[in-house]
Design a protein around this ligand. Structure first.
Ligand code: ZN
Length: 112
């Protein structure tokens, strides 16, 4: 009995370590995502500044071909959405902590 308990305790500690690593990876991912989104926004603004109005119309017709690129981004986004659905914060403010029943305004920015 005692042996089983210490075994369980050890496995629990391992799980906790795993979770800690996972959380760190996730934080990094979110930060990266944040940075990329910011950069993307900035670059699009620059592009708009540099693109003559006549060329902009042409750009919108290209958007459908860009979707394959967006898919990989959407995957990480889906994962975050799932984590949120499972009841954890995905925002940088409370990241990884259990979410109460109500929605978090910081988390919701990710879905905005
Ligand atoms: Zn949150």
């Amino acid at each position: 009995m005692l042996e089983r308990f210490s075994l369980l305790e050890k496995r629990f500690q391992e799980l906790q370590e795993d979770f800690g690593t996972l959380k760190k990876d996730l934080v990094q991912l979110v930060e990266e995502n944040h940075q990329l989104a910011h950069e993307n926004h900035h670059l699009r603004q620059r592009l708009d500044e540099l693109t003559p109005d006549s060329a902009k119309q042409d750009r919108s017709s290209h958007d459908s071909s860009e979707q394959s690129n967006d898919a990989s981004v959407g995957e990480g986004y889906d994962n975050l959405a799932r984590i949120y659905e499972e009841g954890f914060h995905i925002c940088h403010v409370y990241f990884g902590t259990p979410r109460e029943e109500e929605d978090c305004i910081f988390c919701l920015k990710f879905f905005g």
